[in-house]
Design a protein around this ligand. Structure first.
Ligand SMILES: [Zn+2]
Length: 107
């Protein structure tokens, strides 16, 4: 029997992006922010990827604006991909459709 080579566990997210779940307030970061700033002008918001352990987080003010306009990302330790050839999103997708048999259905 041929040995299967280990598949990079984050291939789907690298290929098609993360699948963000419902946003929630990170109470620990919220408490730290309030203790540090003494401000009650928003919340530390997080979202978990439903396909991998990546979390994105950012500060959202009471008007719904994200602090500095963007999220920060917390990746699992083995998420980083090191190779002599840098992989673009297109390369990840190419590998994904080679490795994973896509389902077919009528839309
Ligand atoms: Zn993901």
């Amino acid at each position: 029997m041929a040995r299967k080579s280990p598949v990079y566990p984050y291939l789907r997210c690298r290929s098609f992006g993360h699948s963000w779940g419902d946003p929630y307030i990170d109470t620990v970061r919220d408490r730290e922010y309030r203790a540090r700033t003494k401000l009650y002008d928003g919340h530390q918001i997080c979202q978990d990827c439903s396909q991998c352990p990546t979390v994105r987080r950012g500060f959202m003010d009471v008007l719904g604006s994200m602090y500095s306009g963007c999220w920060s990302y917390v990746y699992p330790q083995d998420y980083r991909w090191t190779s002599e050839d840098p992989m673009k999103r297109q390369d990840w997708r190419r590998d994904y459709v080679r490795i994973v048999k896509l389902t077919r259905r009528q839309s």
